[in-house]
Design a protein around this ligand. Structure first.
Ligand SMILES: C[S@@+](CC[C@H](N)C(=O)[O-])C[C@H]1O[C@@H](n2cnc3c(N)ncnc32)[C@H](O)[C@@H]1O
Length: 373
């Protein structure tokens, strides 16, 4: 979101941003339903610490709701379905007019459904909530950290990585690629040095416009934040492309819970229409390319910024090539570990592709993978 757009109370939401709203709303609905069914969870806390006004205008000039309104409405249903459990929402923005607008659209509070709206620095808010996380371990937290530029205050996020809960960060890669090579102001240099945890902005100059370098750096930082090297922690990154096919930002989902990781991946793929991003491949995904150094045959082309179900089938086929009677549980486990590929919601489709395009033999409990292709 460009900064002049950010200054508007009702800002523009282009199609990739509307997809972001849809993804978060759909995920939170399923995440909350699943958690409320567990005895150990006495409630959920959703925080959008940089929430905007909740109201946007799309490319066709229609008014669309942003994350806070969508999540508030979805979680009201959840609170009513589970009257013995608590739902707490924190919505914050440093722009008072945006919060005033948002308040007009939020549901009324109910006995087990509370909304706190604040106008302050989002990082300060997180540092304050962060001190109380340990005492609230019976509540499950979901933190959305969604600035309009590439500024990430890792100190504010640290308690959320260390404790139980999930963090979703918008990593505004396009801002870094555009600005870092020409940044002059000391204050702006400090912003990028903080975001990528480097001593000097000159350490970032070699990254140039290599988006993968910035993405890798963010994953390295999160890996340190999670603490003990042996702690199981799951990170899924999904890129968002605009209609000109440029990468705008990544949503980076972080959780210590495998079920949340799997659910987020499946929800993202469903939101993007059975792909891993909003990138438009203009039909390239249906063209076959010659694999000179591999099997020496034609294969569907794979784009690491926009995988599709064929890409998953290729991955499975290459992983298990020639193996007989592989239990289905092993096949799906290979996807469950994967940072982008889902299994839930796609098992039947994948079996069909493996059978018809890769010559696999599918039985009720196993798959025998062919040696060819
Ligand atoms: C990308 S928008 C948030 C969109 C919202 N999360 C959604 O999905 O509908 C970013 C918002 O962050 C606010 N913001 C930026 N830096 C902030 C900070 N340090 N503290 C609080 N709000 C901030 C801006 O005013 C802007 O409204």
């Amino acid at each position: 979101m460009a900064s002049n757009n950010n200054s508007k109370i009702i800002s523009d939401a282009h199609p990739h941003t509307v997809k972001k709203f849809e993804l978060i709303e759909t995920y939170i609905k399923s995440w909350a339903q699943k958690l409320m069914l567990t005895d150990s969870c006495s409630g959920i806390v959703f925080i959008d610490c940089m929430c905007n006004s909740g109201v946007y205008q799309d490319d066709d000039k229609n008014i669309v709701n942003g994350t806070p309104i969508r999540v508030a409405e979805a979680l009201l249903d959840v609170a009513r379905t589970y009257p013995d459990k608590q739902v707490h929402l924190f919505f914050n923005d440093n722009n008072a007019d945006k919060i005033e607008e948002l308040k007009k659209h939020l549901p009324e509070e109910e006995r087990n459904y509370k909304i706190v709206t604040t106008v302050r620095d989002g990082n300060e808010l997180l540092k304050w909530i962060g001190t109380q996380l340990k005492e609230s371990s019976h509540m499950h937290f979901f933190l959305l950290y969604d600035p309009y530029d590439a500024s990430i205050d890792w100190d504010a996020l640290l308690p959320f990585f260390k404790n139980w809960g999930e963090v979703l960060i918008n990593h505004m890669v396009s801002d870094s690629i555009r600005a870092i090579s020409q940044v002059k102001k000391e204050e702006t240099k400090k912003k990028y040095e903080g975001t990528y945890q480097v001593d000097s902005i000159s350490d970032l100059v070699p990254y140039g416009s290599d988006k993968a370098a910035y993405e890798k750096r963010v994953l390295e930082i999160i890996d340190k934040m999670k603490g003990s090297a042996t702690r199981k922690y799951y990170i899924a990154t999904f890129p968002f492309f605009n209609t000109r096919n440029s990468l705008v930002y990544d949503l980076v989902h972080c959780t210590s819970h495998e079920k949340g990781f799997k659910l987020f991946k499946s929800t993202a793929w469903k939101t993007f229409g059975d792909k891993s991003s909003t990138k438009n491949r203009h039909g390239e995904e249906n063209q076959l390319t010659f694999d000179f150094f591999g099997t020496g045959v034609f294969k569907p082309s794979v784009d690491e910024y926009c995988y599709d179900l064929n890409s998953i089938a290729i991955y499975l086929h290459e992983n298990f090539r020639g193996k007989k009677d592989v239990p289905l549980s092993d096949v799906w486990a290979a996807l469950d570990e994967h940072p982008v590929f889902p299994s839930d919601g796609y098992k039947n489709d994948l079996k069909q592709i493996l059978k018809h395009d890769f010559g696999a033999d599918i039985s009720r409990k196993t798959i025998t993978f062919s040696n060819g292709r």
